[in-house]
Design a protein around this ligand. Structure first.
Ligand SMILES: C[S@@+](CC[C@H](N)C(=O)[O-])C[C@H]1O[C@@H](n2cnc3c(N)ncnc32)[C@H](O)[C@@H]1O
Length: 249
């Protein structure tokens, strides 16, 4: 499905003006996180396994009439996908990468939006500053690959809950998997993946408990990248593992 995506401009968006060669040259100038199909056989060379993650998050096939907020959108793959699935309004927000704080920038998002003729809106906003006043309130909120970057995870989820009126779709790194009670690893340095912007690794019980604490009434873990029984000896090792969940207000 990803590989056959329909250009948004085909559905009445703003058509792109760049000719294919110019567009390809522009794409090559940018460091991409997301592989985004811009049409005409041109897919941005993103390093993330986004198509596999799209399958994992089970974004509703039909978002007709709904509003969607994509928090930490970066190049915007999931925002454009939500628009392609019929969302009435999509707002992409980010801060760190759009500032060039890491190795990425906002150039990919802007180029993809133009090339796709997309109407996705954008706003520079820190997760901890999200509120109904600063961002609005949305039917569907995407919070993908962000929680473990948060120094204040419970506060971050409180902010996320404040802008969600329907469904939250979330994916996050997890740790402390041998513990059944809510528990969270803290990464003061670059313990997780050598990346100092990673701060916390909650276990699935902690993610569930935090979501319930901030007001989500139903939390469903869709998938886990690890077996049900994790041996206790693994507590001192950090391995990249993630879960995908849906939660409802
Ligand atoms: C691993 S990427 C995930 C990008 C995208 N959501 C995805 O799932 O592919 C983490 C994103 O979170 C953003 N981010 C990190 N800290 C943030 C903060 N405090 N406020 C807003 N965005 C933040 C980064 O800029 C980056 O775009």
């Amino acid at each position: 499905m990803f590989w056959n995506r329909k250009k948004v401009s085909d559905a009445g968006g703003i058509p792109t003006s760049a000719d294919p060669q110019t567009l390809r040259a522009e794409v090559e100038q940018i460091k991409w996180w997301h592989p985004i199909d811009l049409g005409g056989g041109l897919i941005t060379p993103g390093i993330d396994v986004t198509p596999a993650r799209l399958a994992e998050i089970r974004m509703p096939e039909d978002l007709s009439g709904l509003t969607v907020l994509d928090i930490g959108a970066w190049d915007g793959f999931f925002s454009f996908e939500a628009e392609r699935r019929g969302a009435r309004r999509v707002l992409a927000t980010d801060s760190f990468c759009w500032d060039g704080g890491g190795w990425g920038t906002k150039k990919g998002f802007e180029l993809a939006r133009r090339a796709l003729g997309s109407r996705v809106e954008d706003k520079w906003i820190e997760v901890l500053n999200l509120s109904p006043d600063t961002a609005g309130v949305f039917d569907v909120v995407l919070f993908l690959g962000i929680l473990y970057h948060m120094k204040h995870p419970l506060l971050a989820l409180e902010r996320v809950a404040s802008v969600t009126k329907g469904q939250l779709i979330m994916q996050t790194q997890v740790d402390m998997l041998a513990v059944n009670r809510p528990a969270m690893a803290f990464y003061p340095g670059n313990e997780l993946g050598g990346d100092p912007t990673n701060w916390c690794g909650p276990n699935p019980a902690a993610v569930r408990a935090m979501l319930e604490t901030v007001g989500f009434r139903k939390v469903e873990i869709l998938s886990k990248s690890f077996p049900d029984e994790v041996p206790l000896e693994t507590l001192n090792t950090i391995r990249p593992n993630h879960i995908t969940l849906h939660a409802w207000k």
